[in-house]
Design a protein around this ligand. Structure first.
Ligand SMILES: [Zn+2]
Length: 250
C-alpha cells in the first residue's frame, strides 16, 4: 500500500498540461508546419495530427516499461540561478536536445523514431507550462495546496495543468482557433523560434506572478489575472514546437 501511495504521488508530480493543453499546442504547431515538415511527419506517422499524439508520453506512464521516462517531463532552475542541467531535477531539456539530434542524424529505426518524435511533441509542450520548469523546492507547485472555486482542495500545479484550461470550457480545436485570432503573418514569423533555452527561461521567469496566490483560495480573480498568461504559453508552445519540428524535418 505504502509503495502504491508513493507511486501515485510520483505520477501526479509529472503530468504536465492536461490533455486539452497538449492538444491545443499540437494543433497550433500542426497548422504552422512547413510543407516539408508536414510531408516527412506524415511519412513517419501516417498522418500529421500532432494533437492526436501529444498525450502519448503521459499515457504510457502506466506501463512499467516506461518508468525511466517519468522525469523527462520537467526540469529545474533553482532560485537566483541559471539552468545547470538535469542534476537540479528533471531531464526535459536534455531529452528534447538529445531526441532532436537523433532525429536530425536519421540513425534510428522507425519504431524508435516514432517514440522519440512523440516525446518531443509532448515535452516541448510541458516546458511551456511554467511549473514544469520548477524551482526545486515544491515539486513544481504540487506541494502548494490551494482551493479551486467550489471544487475544494487542489494544488497550484494542477490548477495550471488542467483546471484553468478546463474552466474555459473550450474544445481543443476551438481553443487553438481562439488563441490565434488576429495574428498577422509577422506575429507568427516572430514566434517561430526553435531556441529551447529561451522558452525554458521564460517559463521560469513567470513564477512571481503565478505564485501570487494570497491565502490560496483561487477563483475568478486568479483566472482573470492569469488567463492571458496561460493562453500565451499555449500559443508560444504551439509555435515553438512547430519551429523545432520545421528545423528537424527540412
Ligand atoms: Zn508531461
Amino acid at each position: 500500500m505504502r509503495q502504491f501511495v508513493i507511486i501515485m504521488l510520483t505520477a501526479t508530480l509529472v503530468l504536465g498540461w492536461g490533455k486539452t493543453g497538449h492538444r491545443v499546442i499540437g494543433k497550433i504547431a500542426e497548422e504552422n508546419l512547413t510543407p516539408e515538415a508536414r510531408e516527412q511527419i506524415t511519412q513517419l506517422m501516417g498522418h500529421a495530427d500532432l494533437a492526436r499524439i501529444s498525450n502519448w508520453a503521459d499515457e504510457i506512464k502506466s506501463d512499467p516499461k516506461w518508468d525511466h521516462s517519468h522525469d523527462w517531463h520537467y526540469c529545474t532552475i533553482l532560485e537566483g540561478k541559471e539552468y545547470e542541467g538535469p542534476e537540479a531535477g528533471g531531464y526535459a531539456v536534455k531529452k528534447v536536445s538529445e531526441f532532436t539530434d537523433l532525429l536530425k542524424r536519421g540513425i534510428l529505426g522507425k519504431k524508435d523514431q516514432i517514440d522519440v518524435f512523440r516525446f518531443i511533441v509532448h515535452i516541448v509542450g510541458d516546458l511551456h507550462q511554467p511549473l514544469h520548469v520548477g524551482n526545486g523546492t515544491d515539486r513544481g507547485g504540487n506541494s502548494v495546496k490551494v482551493e479551486w472555486f467550489w471544487d475544494g482542495e487542489s494544488n497550484l500545479h494542477r490548477v495550471w495543468d488542467t483546471q484553468m484550461i478546463d474552466h474555459m470550457q473550450y474544445s481543443y480545436t476551438e481553443y487553438a482557433q481562439q488563441i490565434q485570432l488576429g495574428l498577422s503573418s509577422e506575429d507568427k514569423e516572430a514566434m517561430l523560434n526553435p531556441d529551447l533555452m529561451a522558452f525554458v527561461n521564460t517559463s521560469r521567469s513567470l513564477h512571481p506572478q503565478i505564485y501570487e496566490i494570497g491565502e490560496g483560495k483561487l477563483s475568478w480573480e486568479y483566472v482573470d489575472k492569469n488567463r492571458d498568461l496561460m493562453e500565451d504559453r499555449l500559443l508560444k508552445g504551439g509555435f515553438h514546437l512547430a519551429a523545432i519540428l520545421n528545423d528537424i524535418f527540412q
